[in-house]
Design a protein around this ligand. Structure first.
Ligand code: FES
Ligand code: FES
Length: 397
């Protein structure tokens, strides 16, 4: 935990937070400022936009610890703000919202445009708001509302502010931070340094930061599944993006997993040690890997237990997956999202495994496309979110 001191809505606050805590989670969970919404949690939709040192910023991909000494304004801090009050009235008048989920972020971004642009036309407003996605209303009313506020202020001879009132430029949160941006404060938890060899000789035990439990069933007998789990090359062939880099031994395997997230490609290379217990049809795999390019590192542990079903004709595979991930890809650390991703990955693995054991080609992907899986997950999450909104179920976010 790191103690962070910053200003939020003109109030000095000091709280401790995990190095990986996002600013969005920080203001929502520690300060109860739930007007900052979370949509994609990937810096895409803009629902989480806040002002950071006067600059609109995505709080879902901004680490709270990077905001030491910064001045944060959430939508609640704009209650008395004159421009935001004009925008709220214009949004109401122009029917610029329905569910309102995108509206806090939309207002924060729109306020920045109103302050900076003296005579924005529709195109400039659309470009300026292109980082804020609305999934139910559309943009016609939003653009009309913003344009009407700009025109009204121009009619009242209110001059624009070229810098939008911001006090500093640069990486968000760096304006008044006490630590240098060249001295990152995010310290990996006892992971192997990125410079360590790709396949470390020692694979230590560790306490995972996140543990997920998953279960799938296979229409094959437990003994056959257990034997399959001993065939490391075949198992690797069923895992999306995984390849072996050395001949596997019964107790140790060296390999690589390729991951792609949009333009980001990572290749985690490392090793795992394997323990199996035929008496209990269970096993444990502990691995460690690093991606040299992104300086991301991971330690992972998979425990599996095979449970006979249908009088031994089928098998339930119970998995407990624990991991600690640091570096660029650690932004996938939000437990709900990771759980969804893990569910999808394991479903692919189970399908490949079943095809392999049935003698059909597994169709393994050479690269794990997190983005395509994350897009599906995001679509499902938005569908669930809007389902709650339209059916009136679930609490206010
Ligand atoms: S929740 Fe931050 S950009 Fe979507
Ligand atoms: S009003 Fe924009 S997402 Fe519903």
């Amino acid at each position: 935990m790191t103690t962070i001191a910053l200003q939020v809505n003109r109030r000095a606050v000091e709280f401790s937070a995990e190095p990986r805590t996002s600013l969005a989670d920080f203001v929502r969970d520690k300060l109860d400022l739930t007007g900052t919404h979370l949509g994609c949690e990937h810096g895409v939709c803009g629902a989480c936009t806040v002002l950071l040192d006067g600059v609109p910023a995505r709080s879902c991909i901004t680490y709270a610890v990077a905001c030491e000494g910064a001045d944060v304004t959430t939508i609640e801090g704009l209650d008395e703000d004159e421009v935001t009050a004009e925008l709220r009235a214009a949004f109401t008048r122009e029917h610029a919202l329905q569910c309102g989920y995108c509206t806090p972020g939309m207002l924060v971004s729109a306020r920045d445009l109103v302050l900076r642009l003296p005579d924005a036309d529709e195109r400039r407003i659309r470009v300026g708001l292109s980082g804020n996605l609305c999934r139910c209303t559309g943009y016609v009313g939003v653009v009309r509302a913003v344009q009407s506020v700009i025109e009204a202020r121009r009619a009242r001879n209110i001059a624009p502010q070229a810098d939008g009132g911001r006090t500093s430029l640069g990486p968000v949160g760096s304006g008044r931070a006490t630590s240098s941006p060249n001295e990152p404060r995010l310290v990996p938890q006892a992971l192997a340094p990125a410079s360590e060899g790709a396949a470390p000789a020692k694979i230590p035990d560790f306490t995972p930061a996140t543990v997920l439990d998953q279960r799938f069933t296979l229409a094959h007998a437990p003994a056959k599944v257990f034997a399959m789990f001993d065939d490391i090359a075949a198992i690797a062939a069923c895992l999306p993006g995984v390849s072996l880099t050395a001949p596997p031994r019964p107790e140790r395997v060296e390999g690589m997993i390729r991951v792609r997230l949009g333009p980001i490609a990572a290749a985690f290379e490392g090793a795992a040690r394997i323990a199996r217990d035929p008496a209990t049809l269970s096993g444990r795999i502990v691995g460690i890997g690093t991606d040299q390019r992104s300086h991301s590192a991971t330690q992972g542990e998979i425990r599996y237990q095979l449970v006979p079903l249908e009088g031994g004709a089928a098998t339930a595979v119970e998995l407990s997956i624990g991991y600690t991930l640091t570096g660029m890809l650690a932004q996938f650390g939000r437990p709900g999202l990771v759980r969804d991703l893990a569910r999808r990955l394991i479903a692919e693995f189970a399908g490949n495994l079943d095809r392999h054991m049935s003698g059909a080609p597994s169709g393994q992907a050479v690269e794990l496309s997190v983005w395509s899986i994350a897009s599906d997950v995001l679509r499902a999450r938005l569908a669930r979110m809007f389902g709650r909104v339209f059916t009136g179920k679930g609490g206010a976010e």
